[in-house]
Design a protein around this ligand. Structure first.
Ligand code: GLC
Length: 550
């Protein structure tokens, strides 16, 4: 039984999208040995843990988020021995390992589903959700959420796609099988789980029609997300697996409100350590219907971030993230892609990781990587984006307009190969990469940034060090400072110290007089060396500073 239950409260967790991280064997696909080879890089950055996206056996319709065997490593990513070696070496370096568990659904090729679909009388029929008639819910990746099975004439629920049938968590045998899977990996020594779309596992008793939106279907989230029974299921998993192994758990909780998040995360409820809420990155419309050209409003963004800080306070640490494998890169989204790319990448890091919570850094974010710049359908790989493009075309958009929307929002933006060097394929693979590398890798890559003291990498490393070592930044309460459009400013206060984080979120100069007491403050971190901010209250475009009150 492990006893260290608090390591994660202020940790930095680095997300690895295995397929795009580092290819050790030249087949164009990242792999477990590739991660092992890059552990020194991760140690240099100073991360406490890595979250590795699914590498279990899978037909790969959704790049591994469709698992056909939870107990096997997919050969394209390596072997079980490779995983054990990675786990051991990471632990030797003091880096913990978080696995990505997809438990809301399996692959349609999973033997459980094969058996379930075999006949209406199958012993596993009730492991999935079968109905005679569909309702009007749409699936996440396009089309109906109900998929007709020709053999038995019924429809099964697949909230994401037909290749990802939803498990029926109401069935205790399903929950038993899920716990067996979790036990297997916990016994091997992993340190925690990221639980994919966990807020969706408990389905309602009935399946009412909803209001049809731009997609031609109704959004299922209001009916499925955070169904009260999800909390019973999580308490069961907590009692039998998470608590006995002292595991860190972060649940992906789409459509979660603050009140709901407290239920998932409050320590006395014994469910999860923390949850990913998407309110801040959903402000451009991606939660309900993503294929629009809406942009995130900065003032709304500030309000949402600060509300979550305040609301979570004393209850649970927020999961702080800008990027993941489903989100377009944050510099492309909120920063400046050219003149101020590095400065804006650093500012965005300070704005978020200055807050209280677990810092999630997505591969390449520490370099200020940009989106993929996809110009044709043929360059896209993601099932959601391909179906999204087709739906826009059906709705009357021309190729150019449809590609403009998809290119800005596609998950493939986050999935272009990690940019290790200016060399061939960004140093990711000696073979043919499964997705086209970013054209900007000659300018933006790890090799170059590791040599430079003012790189985004160096700034991120310093920021993570401060979070680790400064009790004010790790434990201190957060107090928003006076509000001014375009500026995010807050104080962190611990027993006898105060630290100010001030960020210009815009490409224009801002005047924001230095809050009282900080004019003589010590600069702990700044993205504009030599700045006169404390003297003249002028913030340059995308300038940020972390100041300590004397
Ligand atoms: C989560 C994953 C995403 C996947 C989906 C279905 O949102 O992050 O990549 O497609 O779940 O499993």
């Amino acid at each position: 039984m492990k006893t260290d239950t608090s390591w994660w409260k202020n940790a930095a967790v680095y997300e690895i999208y295995i397929r795009s991280f580092f290819d050790s064997d030249g087949d164009g696909i990242g792999d477990l040995n590739g991660i092992r080879q890059k552990l020194p890089y991760l140690s240099a950055l100073g991360v406490d843990a890595i979250w590795i996206t699914p590498f279990f056996q899978s037909p790969g319709v959704d790049n591994g988020y469709d698992i056909s065997d939870y107990y096997a490593v997919d050969p394209q990513y390596g072997t079980m021995e490779d995983f054990r070696a990675l786990l051991a070496e990471a632990h030797e370096r003091g880096i913990r390992i978080i696995l990505d568990m997809v438990l809301n659904h399996t692959s349609a090729l999973h033997p459980w589903f094969q058996e379930s679909r075999a006949s209406r009388a199958s012993r596993k029929r009730d492991w999935y959700i079968w109905r005679d008639e569909p309702n009007n819910w749409g699936s996440q990746f396009g089309g109906s959420a109900w998929h007709r099975d020709r053999e038995t004439g019924q429809y099964y629920l697949g909230l994401f796609s037909a290749a990802q049938p939803d498990l029926n968590w109401q069935n205790p045998q399903v929950r038993g099988a899920v716990k067996d899977v979790l036990h297997f990996w916990a016994d091997m020594g992993v340190d925690g789980f990221r639980l994919d779309v966990i807020s969706l596992i408990a389905k309602p008793e009935d399946y009412p029609d909803g209001e049809v939106n731009e997609s031609g279907f109704a959004d299922f989230h209001p009916f499925v997300a955070n169904n009260p029974r999800v909390h019973d299921y999580l308490r069961e998993l907590n009692a039998e697996v998470f608590a006995p192994y002292a595991l860190f758990t972060v649940g992906e909780a789409s459509a979660v409100t603050l009140a709901e998040a407290r239920k998932y995360c409050a320590a006395d409820r014994h469910e999860l350590s923390t949850v990913f809420s998407f309110e801040h990155v959903g402000l451009d419309g991606s939660e309900e219907y993503k294929w629009t050209d809406r942009r995130i409003d900065l003032e709304e963004l500030k309000r949402v971030l600060l509300r979550w800080q305040e609301g979570a306070e004393a209850c649970f640490p927020n999961a702080l993230f800008w990027c993941n494998h489903d989100q377009p890169r944050i510099v492309s989204r909120l920063g400046d892609k050219s003149t101020y790319r590095e400065r804006s990448a650093k500012m965005l890091a300070a704005a978020l990781y200055g807050m209280r919570g677990v810092a999630f850094v997505y591969q390449g974010q520490e370099l200020g990587m940009l989106g993929g710049g996809f110009s044709s359908r043929a360059e896209l790989r993601d099932i959601e984006s391909l179906q999204g493009y087709d739906a826009l075309r059906r709705a009357g958009y021309g190729d150019k307009d449809a590609m403009a929307i998809v290119s800005a929002k596609t998950r493939d933006n986050a999935r272009t190969p990690m940019q290790w060097s200016a060399g061939r394929n960004a140093g990711f693979s000696s073979g043919e990469p499964w997705i086209k590398p970013g054209e900007n890798h000659e300018a933006i890559n790890a090799e170059e940034q590791l040599k430079r003291g003012d790189s985004v990498f160096a700034f991120t490393r310093e920021l993570l060090r401060l979070r680790r070592e400064d009790p004010c930044l790790s434990e201190g309460r957060l107090f928003p400072c006076e509000d001014k459009p375009g500026v995010l400013a807050y104080e962190r206060r611990s027993d006898n110290r105060s630290v100010l984080v001030v960020c210009n979120l815009t490409a224009e100069d801002q005047r924001y007089p230095c809050p009282e007491g900080y004019a003589d403050g010590r600069v702990l971190l700044s993205n504009c060396p030599g700045s006169c901010y404390t003297a003249d209250g002028r913030l340059m475009p995308y300038e940020c500073a972390i100041l300590e009150k004397p």
